[in-house]
Design a protein around this ligand. Structure first.
Ligand code: GLA
Length: 388
């Protein structure tokens, strides 16, 4: 578990002087709107109260010298050598942000940097965006860019963080994670419309309805740059081409029967159905949250899970089992979180049933011979900023 102090102390040990500061950014749990962002659709993320932190100082040259508390080895790369696929691994997310800011004509240089995270990595909670956005927050202050001061600046940072992920780390993601980490609001979910980039903060308060959001880590892991995620993105682009629209967002629920018939391919029709119905579920869920109707929120999640499992086909047996057992043990609803192919499930659980639900899922995993899942109650965190 890293804190602002632990990354600052490690920086001092490694570089022999104090960092200029410590910055951090949250992970997120996306209540609704998976695989909709890159289709110009709606998402409804909540910043998570678990973060990635960076202690950093600017250098006089253009070297990026980066150390992680969580991954062995150091990353050393001159900024002018950062390009698609270089550096590899976690360094790409951090270096890519400096690369993108520089490409926008902003006066960035090299940095010394130590990163530590209390997010699960590759588990659907947006660990890569938390790294990008904490580096972006640090860069904004270290190089006097002033981009944390207002929403327009934060939106610009979010775009550069997404470019880092798409163009240097080579993961063809959309922008929900970066938007949530930089532009989210404490205690709120954020309904993001990726067609016109408007935001609607919605109060997030399950406790008022006697519920909590339990996140269960199924111990299965994905890598967004490794294939499957990109396949879904490519399929959606292909469907848009076939239907003659620029974005799948243009297709509404009422258009679905005709559009599906036009595609004439059950797999592509399923992908389309997921995106279109998920958009509708996101808009409805924002209203349910506003009304404090957590039973309806939970019901939407279960429907979304079925859509991810059957239409988008991004679930795994462990994930389906966790969802089914959680509901059987008293959760009001549950779903896979994030891009899929591994990671976490979230369940809306009445507070007095949390132990029972977690226990039932653990037991079912033991019977099935799966690695034991872990869980925690999610609390809403605050957006990226300076800690020390
Ligand atoms: C990952 C990507 C996001 C989004 C989700 C799926 O988290 O980074 O852009 O596409 O998957 O909703």
């Amino acid at each position: 578990m890293s804190t602002a102090r632990t990354v600052a102390d490690r920086f001092r040990e490694r570089f022999g002087h104090a960092p200029a500061g410590v910055w951090s950014a949250p992970g997120r749990f996306n209540l609704m709107g998976e695989h909709t962002d890159y289709n110009g659709g709606f998402c409804l993320p909540v910043p998570l109260d678990r973060r990635t932190r960076v202690a950093a100082a600017a250098r006089d040259d253009d070297l990026l010298h980066m150390v992680s508390l969580d991954v062995p080895g150091e990353v050393d790369v001159p900024l002018h050598e950062v390009r698609a696929g270089r550096p590899e691994g976690w360094g790409a997310y951090a270096a890519g942000v400096l690369w993108a800011l520089g490409g926008d004509g902003l006066p960035v240089r090299g940095v010394d940097l130590v990163v530590g995270s209390d997010l699960l990595i590759g588990a659907g909670l947006s660990s890569s965006a938390a790294l990008e956005c904490s580096v972006a927050a640090a860069a904004s202050d270290l190089f006097d860019l002033g981009l944390l001061a207002d929403d327009a600046g934060r939106a610009r940072l979010a775009r550069h963080c997404q470019s880092a992920e798409n163009e240097i780390a080579l993961a063809p993601t959309g922008g929900v994670d970066q938007t949530s980490a930089l532009r989210g609001m404490k205690g709120h979910a954020l309904l993001i419309d990726f067609l016109n980039h408007t935001l609607r903060p919605v109060p997030y308060d399950p406790a008022r309805s006697g519920a909590g959001v339990l996140i269960l880590d199924t111990r299965t892991r994905h890598s967004l740059s490794a294939g499957h995620f990109g396949d879904r993105h490519a399929e959606c682009d292909r469907i848009a081409d076939l239907l003659g629209v620029d974005l799948l967002r243009r297709i509404g629920v009422d258009d679905l029967p005709v559009a599906e018939a036009e595609l004439g391919d059950p797999t592509l029709a399923g992908r389309l159905r997921h995106v279109v119905t998920e958009n509708a579920r996101a808009v409805k869920m924002a209203d349910d949250l506003e009304a404090g109707d957590w039973r309806a929120v939970a019901g939407g999640m279960t429907a979304a899970h079925a859509s991810m499992r059957d239409d988008l086909e991004v679930s795994l047996p462990q994930i389906d089992l966790a969802v089914e057992e959680a509901i059987a043990a008293g959760a009001w609803g549950a779903r896979l979180v994030g891009g899929g192919f591994g990671g976490c499930v979230m369940a809306v659980v009445p507070v007095d049933r949390v132990r029972d639900v977690a226990g039932a899922v653990q037991e079912a995993f033991a019977v099935a011979g799966y690695e034991a899942p872990t869980g925690f109650l999610a609390t809403a965190g605050s957006p990226a900023g300076r800690d020390l």
